[in-house]
Design a protein around this ligand. Structure first.
Ligand code: PGA
Length: 255
């Protein structure tokens, strides 16, 4: 059984003060609920504060939204994997479509970051997904296949097992247009099949695949009940502690 993993991608939102207010309310809402793995992914400047606050909880983990692949040096504006580890960051989101589209990240760059993450025992949340024109041209499978092969080059089975894949159709991010549960399930099944080709079938069965793109309290349960959807990467709705708590609770098995 794959334990579901639900992550809050705050993007460029949430000052330290706002993060603190969020955590106070969120912890009150969810208590010690641990039927799904919960990850908060703040902007870098709020990570120290969130890290400190999370020492008082058992059931919430910490992630980062990006990092560079080098250990240290003359890379102005960048953050290293070791800097994240020092703050007890466990997950790092890599290859988000906003980073691909706005900051020029390619599969090759993402792959270098993936390999650096494993070296520092950080678990990547690798984002992949097609744009609307790509979907309309019938290219969903070829785009996903190419992103997976490119980003996962030289990744071994043990590392793949520690990786979370986030399927985020670009046309569904921040638009209010969610993929239907059937569309998402179809893409997730294809991703799992492709992971089996890249690695082996047994490893692919263990990898958790999140869905992301306008996940809200009212659509989370249906999406999360699909056989190959093992969690969610939530943007907009994760900025409200009550909405995010409802989404997390929708991931509980048999509810
Ligand atoms: P959204 O963002 O939930 O606001 O669509 C998801 C994401 O970009 O991870």
């Amino acid at each position: 059984m794959r334990k579901k993993i639900i992550a809050a991608n705050w993007k460029m939102n949430m000052t330290q003060g706002e993060s603190e207010a969020f955590i106070t309310t969120f912890v009150r809402e969810i208590g010690d609920f641990d039927a799904v793995e919960i990850v908060l992914v703040p902007p870098f400047t709020s990570i120290p504060k969130v890290s400190e606050l999370l020492t008082q909880t058992q059931n919430i983990k910490l992630g980062a939204q990006n990092m560079y692949w080098e250990r240290s040096g003359a890379f102005t504006g960048e953050i290293s994997p070791a800097m994240l580890r020092e703050l007890f960051v466990r997950y790092v989101v890599l290859g988000h479509s906003e980073r691909r589209a706005l900051f020029g990240e390619t599969d090759e760059i993402i792959n270098r970051k993936m390999l650096a993450a494993y070296e520092q025992v950080l678990r990547p949340i690798l984002c992949i997904g097609e744009t609307l024109p790509q979907r309309e041209r019938g290219e969903v499978e070829s785009v996903l296949r190419q992103q997976l092969h490119g980003s996962l080059a030289k990744v071994d089975a043990k590392e793949l097992h520690e990786t979370v894949i986030a399927y985020e159709p670009v046309w569904a991010i921040g638009t209010g247009k969610t993929a239907s549960a059937a569309q998402a399930q179809e893409a997730h099944a294809f991703i799992r099949k492709t992971l089996g080709e890249i690695s082996d079938k047994a490893t692919a069965e263990k990898v958790r695949i999140q869905y992301g793109g306008s996940v809200k309290p009212d659509n989370a349960r249906e999406l999360l009940s699909q056989p190959d959807i093992d969690g969610a990467l939530v943007g907009g709705a994760s900025l409200d502690p009550r909405s995010f708590a409802q989404i997390v609770q929708a991931g509980a098995p048999n509810e």
